[in-house]
Design a protein around this ligand. Structure first.
Ligand code: NAP
Length: 311
């Protein structure tokens, strides 16, 4: 038995969760935010956010998320740092279970977002943090003046390549097809950057080195040619940044809720298939995963939670 019954528990404190907290607290709902690590979510690792209305030119994702966090916390929701391990949504009172404690609430907003997808190439795990990275803002400075390689052809890969191009000697984008998925405007910037090269129709076969990453073996998918790309001997190492999409964080939900390829289907009011349980942000099955759509989802989810409690 938990010591308190909340009106709403928000799991996750990225833009969706923080926006939900603002709306929930303004509706005077008794609100708890449960967050695993740093507040801010995926956007925390983005070098610059230029497509959020009202954003400041050149502002980093970390700065934007800190401003969002401060704004949400000014409405005084309760918050705890904990890893949610499972849930029980079978009764009217929903249960959220962490290693230390079970929390209870009338409604739940799932805003857990997503994690970077791994390549699954041999050596990837071994060299993670020793040359292989999933965050250009965090690890880019380690490769100042060196050659770095970026895997992926989406917005993230190309935007992060632009960021890295200001730090690294050269950036080579390795993409498995001959056309990028990224928005044309971002691609044009990359093509004009001067020190960004493209290695298309190419996949990573193996990641190798000693203590640090020293070489990557790549294969041209059209010709079958295999090449070893080695670090500049004067540098001794190189960076390999992987941006090949995201995977929703929903494993902890088990079969408590309907999922589609790991994502949570909702209607336009953020209702899931379980009454009283709502989802918001990147964890939802949706067309466009952006800060602006996550924030909008969070607002709608909180209002839907308020309506559910009043019914
Ligand atoms: P994404 O759009 O899903 O792109 C993933 C890229 O990785 C694709 O080019 C894909 O290749 C490639 N890929 C996937 N699996 C791979 C594998 N196993 N090996 C090699 N390559 C692989 O993911 P994202 O770039 O992370 O973006 C996610 C969402 O956030 C998108 O909706 C994006 O628009 C949005 N976003 C927006 C901005 C912005 O507007 N400023 C910035 C960042 C992200 P294929 O193209 O061949 O499928």
């Amino acid at each position: 038995m938990a010591d308190k019954l909340y009106d709403v528990i928000i799991i996750g404190s990225g833009p969706a969760g923080l926006s939900a907290a603002i709306y929930a607290r303004r509706a005077e709902l008794n609100t708890l935010i449960i967050e695993k690590g740093l507040s801010g979510g995926q956007i925390f690792q983005t070098a610059s956010v230029e497509n959020y209305p009202g954003g400041i030119k050149g502002e980093s994702g970390a700065d934007l998320s800190m401003r969002m966090d401060a704004q949400a916390k000014s409405f005084e929701p309760e918050s705890v740092t904990a890893n949610v391990t499972s849930v029980d949504f079978t009764g009217d009172v929903k249960k959220v279970i962490t290693a230390d404690k079970t929390y209870e609430s009338k409604t739940i907003i799932l805003a857990t977002g997503s994690n970077p997808v791994k390549l699954g190439a041999p050596g990837e795990e071994e060299y993670a943090g020793r040359g292989v990275s999933y965050c250009a803002t965090c690890d880019g400075p380690f490769f100042r003046g060196m050659d770095v390689y970026v895997v992926g052809g989406g917005d993230s890969a190309i935007e992060e390549s632009l960021h890295l191009s200001k730090i690294a000697r050269s950036v080579t984008i390795i993409h498995r097809r001959d056309a990028l998925r990224a928005a044309k405007s971002i691609e044009t910037k990359a093509r004009n950057a001067g020190n960004i090269n493209f290695l298309l129709d190419t996949v990573i076969e193996e990641i190798k080195g000693g203590d640090l990453l020293e070489s990557i073996i790549v294969k041209n998918v059209k010709t079958g040619n295999i090449t070893e790309i080695k670090a500049n001997p004067e540098d001794g190492t190189m960076g390999l940044f992987v941006f090949v999409g995201m995977r929703p964080i929903t494993e902890f939900l088990g079969d408590a809720i309907e999922l589609d390829n790991g994502y949570i289907p909702t209607d336009e009011e953020m209702h899931t298939n379980v009454p009283g349980v709502f989802a918001a942000g990147d964890v939802r099955k949706k067309m466009l995963r952006q800060v602006v759509t996550a924030a909008a989802d969070g607002a709608i989810a909180a209002v839907s939670a308020e309506n559910y409690i009043e019914e």
